[in-house]
Design a binder for this molecule. Structure first.
Ligand SMILES: CC(C)(COP(=O)(O)OP(=O)(O)OC[C@H]1O[C@@H](n2cnc3c(N)ncnc32)[C@H](O)[C@@H]1OP(=O)(O)O)[C@@H](O)C(=O)NCCC(=O)NCCS
Length: 193
């Protein structure tokens, strides 16, 4: 795996790759799908979707990692999976500084086939082997069982509950759960100490 702007991660069935112009339309379609966006405050408009893709695209191109576009054999664009810095202070104690989050959003046609977990394992390996992160976190609305199942499948464990600081008080999506995992070396140290 190479460092740098062209970093792409290939698994048995999945490819995490930089974004392309022709990803924007299918991305907007999935971001407008109420079922895909059930655990978010609202679906995204085309403009919001394009802006999100543009941020993800720049991050991947400039840093060599980020929320990669997900390509499957039968679907040239199936959503995103990847790593990003958490843009606010997580109100949870005992986390490593500057935590990076692993996350995913797939089009419905790609659900139920193990693609999110396979791609997330690639991203997690990148976090350990290339980025040398000490810890990776992931969080979602308390009711988002599908996303929490992915977190558990790739080895994260539930650490805390917190209220999302950017969601209004009283909103049903405000209660969140936080999962985390330590880098393999750090885990070995803890076990061996
Ligand atoms: C979260 C999300 C990515 C999970 O998708 P998913 O399809 O459930 O997860 P995976 O791709 O890992 O697939 C796992 C399922 O595929 C099944 N599967 C079928 N074939 C498989 C195979 N060859 N290998 C592995 N699993 C397979 C598994 O048994 C599992 O099914 P189950 O949930 O009935 O037990 C998806 O629901 C989504 O995009 N939601 C909307 C966006 C969202 O909420 N994102 C997270 C916000 S924090």
């Amino acid at each position: 795996m190479s460092l740098g702007a062209s970093a792409r991660l290939r698994g048995e069935r999945v490819l995490l790759r930089p974004w392309r112009d022709d990803d924007l339309a299918p991305f907007a379609a999935m971001n407008a799908d109420p079922e895909v966006m059930r655990h978010f405050v609202a679906p995204l408009t085309r403009e919001q979707s394009d802006a999100f893709a543009q941020r993800a695209r720049l991050q991947v191109e400039q840093a060599g990692f980020g929320l990669w576009a997900l390509e499957l054999p039968q679907l040239r664009f199936a959503g995103f999976v990847g790593l990003s810095a958490v843009p606010f202070v997580l109100p949870v104690p005992d986390l490593a500084p500057d935590p990076h989050e692993i996350g995913w959003r797939l089009a419905r046609a790609a659900w139920g086939q193990g693609y999110a977990s396979e791609a997330a394992r690639l991203a997690l390996r990148h976090a350990w082997d290339v980025l040398r992160r000490p810890q990776i976190v992931s969080f979602t609305a308390r009711g988002n069982q599908a996303s929490q199942a992915v977190m558990r499948r790739i080895g994260l464990a539930r650490r805390a509950e917190f209220d999302h600081p950017r969601i209004a008080e009283g909103h049903p999506l405000r209660p969140h759960v936080l999962y985390a995992i330590e880098a393999p070396g750090a885990r070995a140290t803890v076990v061996g100490s």
